[in-house]
Design a protein around this ligand. Structure first.
Ligand code: HEM
Length: 492
């Protein structure tokens, strides 16, 4: 025992010294860094993203620096274009990012650069763009709405119970992305609502991984990981659960047989990747993460805003009646009908302009560089573009930037008019733009059609609707305390 403790202690000290040398800890006492380190910004702001928005608004170039994090943060579309498009090769995800998310995401698309990324990117864009997978996705979504979401809303409405809509959306999107990714139905949204080991492990792992990014130095979490204590011990336990459950699912999927006749993504990847189950696990976990929390966050923000703007909801209802006919049926819209819903489409975009599911996203500079606004970026620095802040900049969206106004997306003929993605990088921009964008929009519109046509929902509870949401730390925007609602079925 004594020998074990001595050897363990020796390695711990060696690791600590080595990491200290490698991390090159930074010190700075400027106003921003001081407020960050002491958390004094919390005296004036509920959310870190609101504090950053405030600082960015005050900056002449819409760019700030948090020196202790070696982090340049920007809300300047020219800089976004520079980082995501013009100098794409200089701004990979980088080692710092893959260190933070590597344990959870492995070699998956989110966490890789170079050939590994290119291979997964090519295959996933091909698959998600194919007509057969699009039809498959539409059918999955339609089925989940009709067989689970509507009965759930009816049941809560009939019994006069409060429902956490954010939780319902997370269950909904986990079911749909699991079916799409590997033909597996976790049945999260079916009544009675129960917890799922995989979902709980997923929540825990993504929250704790996000906490790593908030540490002033990676040293903090690396030491904890080495010693397997505290949050790092919990993170490891959650990842072990994910590995076991996803591993089992891949084995089952293999027994069933893969092939191009199956439309789920894992079958398509299996046919190309062969029997590297660890790689397949990484691919699946990345898709589950990509498609679950983002869509749920988008829908939560959409209904949060709609509740404050009944006039927008009425206009959507008018559009639904015009396109789908009067009454409550059909419950879901066809693919073609959804194409005609320009106002709903604009509202979905507008809601994510103000409440983007991914509030910020970072890259790491390979070489020294100068951004479009003249900001110097040293090699190894983190550069963050901030869609949440960008939606609140009058220099980007005009003086009414903080208003929820779907009309800003319509042209004079009432048709949806897209914006340059560097001004609206909600799905990122450039070569790494989200591959699930069209599917996500289709999913959000499908849910919105059903809920708005069939139900009346009202936000209730202690989260006053007059205030901006308070977010829990995480990889995607999660409203602290959820979105409690009362629901009532409309009469035809
Ligand atoms: C409203 C919903 C969604 C939003 C706002 C969103 C946003 C984003 C953003 C900002 C990125 C860039 C992340 C980064 O590079 O760090 C991204 C990448 C990605 N998204 Fe989405 N996403 C959504 C839904 C989906 C869905 C439903 C899927 C899958 C079907 C998906 C699949 C992906 C994948 C695979 C990537 C990685 C692309 C790459 O690195 O080349 N996303 N998404």
């Amino acid at each position: 025992m004594f020998i074990f403790i001595t050897i363990f202690g020796f390695f711990a000290i060696f690791f600590l010294l080595r990491t200290l040398r490698l991390q090159n800890l930074r010190h700075c006492n400027c106003e921003i860094c001081h407020a960050y380190i002491t958390s004094s910004w919390r005296n004036d702001f509920d959310n870190l993203c609101d504090w950053y928005s405030h600082l960015l608004r005050r900056s002449p170039t819409l760019t700030i620096q948090v020196h202790v994090l070696n982090n340049v943060i920007t809300a300047n579309p020219d800089n976004v274009e520079h980082v995501l498009k013009t100098r794409f090769d200089n701004y990979p995800k980088g080692k710092q990012f893959s260190d933070i998310l590597g344990d959870l995401l492995g070699r998956g698309i989110f966490n890789s650069d170079g050939d590994t990324w290119r291979f997964q990117r090519k295959l996933s864009s091909l698959e998600l763009g194919s007509v057969s997978v699009r039809i498959f996705a539409h059918d999955i979504i339609k089925n989940e709405i009709e067989m689970r979401l509507v009965p759930l809303l009816n049941s809560f409405g009939d019994h006069g119970l409060d429902l956490d809509l954010q939780d319902a959306f997370r269950r909904f999107s986990f079911d749909t992305i699991s079916k799409l990714s590997f033909g597996f139905d976790p049945v999260c949204l079916r009544l009675p609502l129960t917890s799922s080991e995989l979902v709980d492990a997923f929540d825990m792992a993504s929250t704790l991984s996000a906490h790593r990014a908030l540490a002033p130095s990676p040293l903090f979490w690396k030491i904890k990981r080495f010693l397997n204590i505290g949050s790092e011990k919990k993170l490891k336990q959650s990842i072990d659960v994910i590995n076991r459950l996803v591993g089992d699912l891949i084995k089952q999927r293999r027994k069933k047989g893969s092939g191009m006749n199956n439309n789920d993504l894992i079958s398509r990847f299996m046919a190309v990747v062969g029997d590297d189950d660890e790689y397949l696990r990484d691919i699946v976990v990345n898709f589950l993460l990509a498609g679950r929390d983002t869509v749920a966050a988008g829908l939560t923000g959409f209904f949060w805003l709609l509740n404050r703007h009944p006039e927008v909801e009425n206009r959507i209802r008018e559009e639904l009646e015009r396109v789908m006919g009067p009454g409550l049926d059909p419950v879901t819209a066809s693919f073609n009908q959804m194409q005609e819903m320009n106002y709903l489409h604009s509202t979905v975009y507008e809601s994510m302009r103000l409440l983007p599911p991914v509030q910020f996203d970072s890259k790491f500079a390979l070489n020294n560089d100068i951004l479009a606004d003249g900001t110097f970026v040293e090699s190894g620095a983190r550069v963050t573009y901030h869609p949440y802040a960008m939606g609140r900049m009058d220099r980007v969206w005009g003086p009414d930037c903080e208003e929820f106004r779907p009309e800003r997306w319509l042209d004079s003929a009432g048709k949806f008019r897209p914006e340059n993605p560097v001004k609206y990088p909600v799905f990122q921009a450039g070569p790494r733009v989200c591959v699930g964008k069209d599917m996500a929009i289709m999913e959000m519109k499908s849910v919105a059609v059903t809920i708005i046509r069939r139900f009346e929902i009202r936000v209730v509870g202690s989260n006053p609707i007059s205030r901006a949401p308070r977010f829990a730390p995480g990889l995607t925007a999660t409203v602290s305390g959820g979105l409690p609602i009362r629901v009532r079925e409309r009469r035809g």
